[in-house]
Design a protein around this ligand. Structure first.
Ligand code: SF4
Ligand code: SF4
Length: 345
């Protein structure tokens, strides 16, 4: 292992299915109603049990997709299971089920009884081609009436017309704005299909930061592959998959990441620093990062054999600095976690 400093994960993210009620053009997992792949309830329960036995640091299970409501009754059973494990649960949904307020209230009550602690809605120009924003509003109202923590992520791109600000101004949501239970945020939306991956709202993008996703979120995809981040590129590059958990030692699989210098580097300094390092060695490498999402840049680096070759041949020059930075970051994170746990004992 390159580093003995393990950062314990605090979240499980279940990409429960690639099936979705929508088929947004730039969906990062290419979900649609035609996709069938999903995890079974037993597979999800097995993974949660194993992962939380290995890492007591895990506090939250995020249930995402695809559209997690396509799981039907299994969704409620899964939430109950998570509650019984003493964990927090979050679902991420496009709101297609919230067709009217009465129905939304009924569903939200059921979710709350099962133990749901947070709901996230996604909406915006792409989503609204399939799911009217009124659905999201119905779902938000019902969740707010039950005081369930709610986050609405409005896909944001400089070409898009629907914005987080517009939603905040919707009169039906006025009673809930500025309360502790509702957050409406502008989420970066990458148009992967346009190849440029550079057309999200440039004012919101910053690919200069380090990757805080790595080592933190244990993600399982519908094929039972363990994924090392829930970044937007995970279905697009094998580097981010650690392999199947079936008949494998999950701890060994997860901690194999600490043998990977590039992952430690992404965590310590982020993809832009890696690119700059490669550009110093070969100034002919030109990538315009001015409007680029961090994960899009990560994907470009990981898909570029020339850059990877440069890293392989030259990483010893940078390794001491990166390892020092990684050690400081991981030590600080573990210290914060320990202090938090002490306070909450
Ligand atoms: S609603 Fe979400 S999961 Fe479904 S297709 Fe759109 S982006 Fe993908
Ligand atoms: S920067 Fe790379 S490793 Fe980090 S979340 Fe994005 S895709 Fe994953």
């Amino acid at each position: 292992m390159i580093s003995q400093n393990i950062i314990e994960p605090d979240t499980i993210s279940l990409i429960t299915t690639y099936r979705c009620t929508a088929a947004c053009k730039d969906c990062c997992f290419q979900c649609s109603p035609h996709q069938k792949e999903r995890l079974t309830l037993e597979q999800m329960q097995y993974f949660i049990s194993k992962a939380t036995t290995i890492y007591s640091s895990i506090r939250l299970v995020a249930i995402t997709g695809g559209e997690c409501f396509t799981l039907g009754e299994d969704l409620y059973s899964l939430i109950s299971f998570i509650r019984k494990k003493g964990l927090l649960s979050r679902i991420v949904t496009n709101g297609s089920w919230a067709t009217d307020l009465t129905k939304s209230r009924k569903i939200i009550h059921r979710l709350q009884s099962a133990g749901l602690t947070e709901i996230n809605f996604s909406t915006g120009d792409s989503h609204q081609q399939y799911v009217p924003v009124q659905n999201v509003i119905n779902g938000v109202i019902a969740a707010q009436e039950c005081k369930i923590v709610t986050v609405v992520n409005v896909e944001t791109n400089e070409n898009f017309t629907f914005t987080a600000e517009k939603l905040r101004k919707n009169p039906q949501l006025t009673p809930y704005i500025n309360t502790p239970y509702l957050q409406i945020i502008a989420g970066e939306w990458i148009q992967f299909s346009d190849k440029s991956t550079q057309n999200a709202d440039s004012s919101k993008l910053n690919c200069s930061t380090r990757c805080k996703q790595l080592f933190k979120v244990m993600t399982l995809n519908p094929q039972n592959d363990l994924i090392c981040c829930c970044g937007l590129s995970t279905r697009k590059h094998p580097f981010l998959s650690l392999g199947t958990i079936l008949n494998r030692d999950i701890k060994k699989l997860w901690e194999s990441q600490y043998d990977d210098f590039v992952k430690l580097w992404l965590y310590a300094e982020g993809p832009k620093k890696i690119l700059e390092f490669a550009q110093k060695i070969d100034p002919s490498i030109k990538i315009d990062t001015s409007k680029m999402h961090m994960c899009a840049l990560c994907l470009q680096i990981l898909s570029n054999p020339h850059i990877l070759q440069i890293i392989r041949e030259n990483y010893v020059k940078i390794a001491p600095r990166v390892m020092l930075e990684y050690t400081i970051q991981s030590h600080t994170k573990n210290k914060i976690k320990q202090n938090y746990e002490k306070r909450n004992l």
